[in-house]
Design a protein. Sequence first.
Length: 238
Amino acid sequence: MIKVTNLIKDYGEQRAVDIPELIIPDGTILGLVGNNGAGKTTLFRLILDLIKATEGEVTLSQSDDSEILNPAKSEEWKHFVGAYVNEGFLIDFLSPEEYFLFVGKVNEIPEETVKATIEQYTEFLTDEIIGAGKLIRDLSAGNRQKVGIVSALLAQPKIVILDEPFNFLDPSSQNRLKRLLLEYHEKTGAILLISSHNLNHTVEISTHVALMEKGKILSYIDNIDGAANEQLEEYFNY
């Protein structure tokens, strides 16, 4: 579970995030949508303890009955959270294979298990990444994005946070990513927290959609049978 309580992040006089309460239960695929500057990435960085909150807190747990952890006060949450926010998460002087092995080593995953897991994602990664003999820095932006996404899933975390994962991907790769995320969710029951400017992709895969603007959650929509579509189109066409 992810729980946000009285969370505020100020940059000088500008309030980037202002969320009194947000609870994301186990098994949720939450699509976080909003215009540029809505505070989506700032919220992700606060959850991942990459920046410090001005006020309030975030707590995480693997399941409803497991220990509740505050990322600002504990390191244990890192064992069940996987994330890709931007290319700063990558080590670009490594090859993709070397980077995956590095992520595996950090998470104490045997090398053979890492290789077997990567095999499951070969359709998404393609031979432009695996076996291409390239360093990450020499890959296209879309292929670097793919490396980041797969690295976030490598340890099979119970919470996955992806910022704009459809960016830079061609249409075929976007569709493969949707299938990959849905299959991962079905297999693990993990929380997937995904921000995206692409409303169609977001609505297609999300169980719930949160509309964020000016640092606030304006709506938290139960997306039964794509019910979020109408509300989102009405808002963004206003």
